[in-house]
Ligand binder design. Sequence first.
Ligand SMILES: [Zn+2]
Length: 414
Amino acid sequence: MKIKHHDITLKIDPKLGTLKAKDMMEVSGDEELRFYLGNRFDIISIKQGKKSLDWEVEEEGKLTTRYMVKDRDIKKDPVEINWKGNLSSFQGYRVSIIRGDLVELSGFCWWFPTIEPQSQFESFTYDLKVDLPGDWTIVTPGEIMGDGGKYRYSRKIEDIFLCASPILETFQKECCGVNLELHIPKDMIKFKEVLMDDFSSSIELCTKLFGPLKKGNGGIGIVSPRGKEGAECGFERDGLWVVGDLFTKYLIDNDWKVDSLPKSLSLHETIHGWFGIGVDFKEPWLAEAITQYLEVILTAMMYDEADIEKKYFDSYRERVEKHLAENDRPIKEYRFLDNMYTHWYLKGSWAFWDMEAAVGRDGLLELFSKIYQDYIGDTITHMEFRRISESCLDIEPDFIEYWFEDKGFEPVFR
Ligand SMILES: [Zn+2]
């Protein structure tokens, strides 16, 4: 069973903190239709054409419930699911936040409806019509095909993300041929220049090293007004990235340092415009390992500070070793949400520091630039990455295998 397309209509009343939704799903396959919905929502009805369908609860999770639709006619019309619920409090995990004055939907309180909660990598197309007051700013991947409080998006995407709030202000700047858009909460307006400078420096550096950003692969940044209860990790989707306001304030207040190491707000997610979106990777751990490595190297260039990579390297070592002592598995065996930060990001980026020790930084940056230019718009597997690396650089043939498929922790070259 696969959901091929969603046609969703949302009606959100910020004052009452309520949401009403209708989702027309096009489904392929002849198995039962199953979908997930946040526990805060109730199903009103499920229909196929004029016929009402029954459903049953299959599993009640902490935040989401899995439903199964009965007696669907597999050859017939889309299935229409109507549901409603309240949005007035924070509920969710990581990026899924909904409040009365902010809607951030990565699946209506977990991921997208119907997506398995542990995955954010399913793909489908969607049309979305959102009914919101006219003074709200709404930011989402996809094309806006209407106005006046009605929005419509249609494109293939891993998951839908939408951030809407009456307290966002938008700033624009042209940089390296990209129209940068920065959306920040109104109470951060006094930092708009420093935030925009950080964003444009990231874009400039990546353009210089890897080539121009392809239109639609980046250029929109959002400082999301999540407040105290909101999760703080940043992420990218399609052409935009998001970071929470608390982390942004923390960086500004601490002179752009975390644990005394310099850090750019936008750099990591901006790099994904080149690696992760520009060139996509079949295995998400490889995209994160590359991006994390590049983030540190580019931070050293941006802040012109000596020994940054060594300091980051040392700060990672302790975390990685601690985790390895508890649970030592190859990087590729870690799933999404499975302590991926330590493995995909920290241990994964270490592989490239190790590689750098063998071939030099310039050689490695040239490899990434070549990969970007040769494979832009493609999705490559780690085996292809391995083949390209081995044909361009003088590295041990089993290097990638050692780091990502075996347990590989003792650095090979260092
Ligand atoms: Zn990332």
